[in-house]
Design a protein around this ligand. Structure first.
Ligand SMILES: [Zn+2]
Length: 430
């Protein structure tokens, strides 16, 4: 009988064994539960069918998937004991560089003077937070992994006070974690871009390893929508890099910024599929018909939206965005810092929250909502055909004690085994 101690010892031994770190011949996960289709009653999905499989993993990828017991298992193997396998989760908007996570608890001060007040506060706090940035980010990445997340797009401050130092330090930490955690870094001009003449510093941040050009509220914070947007796009062109634009600004000016960028993307094909709007609260000011039109345009241009699934008097029109084909990703944003304290890096919880907000409570809607957590992949496609995992897919996965994705989203079970490119990132093998 396997005891918890022997399981942990086994997991630690595996994690520490070079042969496991880069298994030439790979290994097999036995008795993995995978979704195989839907049961239907007329148009209604009544249940998700599953079966047990053996999943071979080699060179960080899914090498083969076959029904359990269909052939002898050769080589190293772990028994998943019927746990459900899901694609691991992607946190597409988090600030790993500025957090108090891991330090003794203290809540942020009461906000004064809105975002300008917060920026003034940052300017005081950030230099003192630079020492220890790696250690705090390390703890935050551990938290992400324990929740089943193996990839994060981290916003990273580039500003007149800290320069590119946060990018340099965060990149060093994330590179060190590369074996078990994938990442992108957005050079994020939190304190403004053209308003503070930060264009060259943003370029320096890209040269220092940021992967995405960031932007921020072009009218309300940066003071000149067209010049601000154009500066972001110019740098993106220069580095042939994608864009992730923080767009908190509500109403007309936010919509104007979306349309300005859409106009540019339409005539500059190099930008297609490369623009994400983070938050994008201005969409909440539009009627359903207006959102539908704009979303169709955004989808055609390959634009995506990263959302924390915010709670408030208004809700983000995420169902319309998804219906029109806009890719919607979820993010944690802040964890414990001077902006907020409610983040827990649980992206599966964001899918759960979306289901509660938008009334997705039936088996089909719950199950398909897992794509908000995975950044796209679903075990079953919209028609109920097996879509994941397939040979060649990255072995980025999580094992949970659930009957199907719908139950996982609804009940948020502990993440028992978390793999990134076939390597144990968190938890243990059963
Ligand atoms: Zn943010």
């Amino acid at each position: 009988m396997t005891t918890r101690r022997s399981m942990l010892a086994g997991a630690l031994a595996l994690a520490a064994t070079p042969a496991f770190a880069a298994p030439a011949a790979g290994y097999t996960l036995r008795n993995v539960r995978l979704e195989t289709g839907y049961d239907r009653d007329g148009d209604d999905v009544t249940a998700t069918r599953t079966a047990l499989f053996e999943v071979k993993i080699a060179d960080g990828r899914i090498a083969a998937v076959r029904p359990a017991g269909s052939a002898p298992v050769v080589g190293p193997a772990h028994d998943a004991k019927g746990l459900l396998m899901l694609p691991s989760f992607r946190d597409m908007h988090v600030h790993l560089d500025k957090t108090w996570y891991g330090e003794p608890w203290h809540a942020p001060l009461k906000r004064r003077n809105g975002i300008p007040g917060q920026i003034a506060l940052e300017q005081k706090l950030l230099p003192g937070m630079l020492p220890g940035l790696e250690a705090r980010a390390d703890k935050l990445v551990n938290l992400c992994q324990s929740q089943g997340t193996t990839f994060a797009r981290s916003q990273c401050n580039v500003d007149p006070v800290i320069g590119i130092q946060n990018v340099v330090h965060l990149k060093a930490e994330l590179d060190r974690r590369g074996d078990t955690f994938g990442h992108e870094i957005v050079a994020f001009p939190q304190h403004g871009l053209i308003r503070v003449g930060l264009q060259q510093t943003l370029r320096d941040a890209m040269k220092a390893g940021a992967t995405h050009v960031g932007g921020i509220d072009p009218t309300t914070l940066d003071g000149d929508m067209e010049r601000s947007v154009d500066a972001v796009l110019e740098i993106a062109h220069e580095f042939n890099a994608p864009i992730d634009m923080h767009l908190h600004e509500p109403g007309e000016s936010g919509i104007a910024a979306i349309k300005r960028i859409a106009d540019r993307v339409e005539t500059e094909p190099a930008l297609r599929g490369k623009v994400t709007f983070s938050h994008c609260f201005s969409l909440m000011s539009l009627s359903d018909a207006e959102v539908t039109d704009l979303a169709a345009r955004m989808a055609a241009l390959g634009m995506s939206v990263a959302s924390t699934i915010p709670l408030g008097r208004r809700v983000m029109p995420i169902p319309i965005l998804r219906a029109q084909g806009v890719k919607v990703y979820c993010g944690t944003d802040t964890v414990v810092d001077f902006w907020g304290v409610f983040g827990d890096c649980d992206i599966l919880r964001k899918a759960n929250l979306a289901c509660q907000l938008y009334g997705w409570s039936d088996e089909y809607a719950l199950g398909q909502s897992i794509s908000l957590a995975t950044g796209g992949p679903t075990p079953l496609d919209a028609k109920g055909q097996q879509a994941w995992p397939k040979p060649g897919d990255a072995a980025d996965l999580v094992l949970v004690d659930a009957a199907c994705a719908a139950e996982a989203v609804a009940r948020l079970p502990p993440r028992r085994t978390v793999l990134h490119q076939g390597r144990l990132a968190a938890g243990a093998f059963a």
